[in-house]
Design a protein around this ligand. Structure first.
Ligand code: G6P
Length: 371
């Protein structure tokens, strides 16, 4: 059925602004004030999670980027060894899957051919594993063929460029990290309460971030004649930088790449010149000082820099640098979700300025169900 655009110009814009609600819907009846409810994953989840020794995530595109964030969370919070790979590679090689692996597929549509076929081939070859899908479509191939299901309640996503599906995937993966971490006695009550408190505050924080749209519209102006852009982040923010670069290239056709900031010196810095804007994400974490020195390296190449920071990060603006404080003192779960928002808005507005067909970018499909 046709979904009304209302006052919005494009579905992507509508879906970006629906995120506070989509996240509330995804959290609904899955958390209390200070705990994550294991029942959200189905009655078999407890036994399966307890027995899980390894996690393998497979996904494509934006869903892959969500999984990349989760790898950091799962090893950091639940202390379970986690691997992630794009489904289009995984399905065609001979991966070794250890006993007691939980195979997780992440997908908005639940119909992506590569992800589905990867799941099928592993299920056929390995019997001592379990499967979980994090999916936005209740009636889909992935939900039918997985043992455990956690639905992201983002609602229908029409725009090809994924936005609210991504942030609700992150929220779901955060719930999963805490739930499995509890089963492994790696998450104590206090830690759980503080993560859940962050999740409960997310919708409000996103709303506040969306209110900064005007500043991002201004920043977007400087991209209209650019051919290249580079996104930098460390830790989970590398994955968020990848998602920012994917969004920008998908809808504005500007060649954009993301690098872990520490890798700059091993090659990518050769690309940086005054015509290549650099977008960096600067959360207030233990890698902040290292990121600041990366920014110094970029500065000496004369490129335009945009830094999205936590207010507590105190990045001192340098020549050609715009520092935009996104919010205040975010935690390791909330930060990647919140820093996604300005990157979505940036790509949306750059595409608008360039006159691109935002919801239907050339050569792309919403869901790739054939090879
Ligand atoms: C296509 C879409 C992307 C999406 C990817 C994976 O390439 O254009 O936006 O991230 O498929 O789709 P899925 O439905 O599996 O998340």
């Amino acid at each position: 059925k046709q979904i009304d655009l209302g006052d919005y110009k494009y579905y992507m814009q509508k879906e970006i602004f629906e995120q506070p609600q989509a996240i509330r819907d995804t959290l609904e009846s899955r958390i209390t004030k200070n705990t994550v409810l294991l029942s959200a994953f189905g009655y078999r989840a407890k036994t399966i999670f307890k027995n899980t020794k390894h996690i393998q995530i497979i996904a494509c595109g934006t869903s892959y980027n969500a999984g990349l964030v989760a790898k950091y969370w799962l090893e950091d919070i639940a202390k379970i060894p986690t691997n992630i790979e794009v489904a289009s590679e995984y399905r065609y090689r001979n991966p070794i899957v250890l006993d007691n692996t939980l195979l997780i597929t992440i997908s908005q549509s639940g119909e992506t051919a590569d992800t589905l076929e990867a799941l099928r081939s592993i299920k056929k070859r390995y019997k001592n594993i379990h499967t979980l899908t994090i999916c936005n479509c209740a009636e889909s191939s992935l939900t039918r063929e997985s043992e455990l299901i956690l639905l992201t309640h983002a609602g229908p996503e029409i725009s090809v460029a994924s936005t609210k599906a991504f942030t609700t995937q992150l929220v779901s993966l955060a719930l999963f990290s805490v739930a499995i971490g509890k089963c492994h006695k790696q998450v104590d009550k206090q830690q759980e309460a503080s993560i859940v408190d962050g999740l409960n505050r997310l919708s409000g924080l996103i709303k506040k971030t969306l209110e900064q749209e005007n500043k991002i519209i201004k920043l977007a102006q400087s991209f209209k004649d650019k051919f290249n852009a580079i996104f930098l982040g460390r830790g989970t923010m590398h994955a968020i930088a990848m998602e920012g670069a994917l969004k920008l290239k998908e809808i504005s056709y500007i060649h954009s790449e993301a690098f872990p900031a520490g890798e700059l010196k091993h090659g990518p810095i050769a690309l940086i010149d005054k015509d290549t804007p650099v977008i960096a994400i600067a959360p207030n974490d233990q890698l902040l000082d290292k990121l600041k020195s990366n920014l110094q390296e970029v500065k000496s190449r004369g490129s335009q820099m945009i830094v999205f920071e936590d207010e507590m990060s105190n990045v001192l603006p340098m020549k050609n640098m715009t520092v935009m404080s996104i919010t205040h003192n975010l935690g390791r779960i909330t930060a990647p979700i919140i820093f996604t928002i300005p990157l979505q808005l940036l790509s949306y507005h750059v595409a608008l300025i360039k006159g691109a067909d935002v919801d239907k970018p050339r050569n792309l499909a919403k869901s790739v169900t054939v090879e």
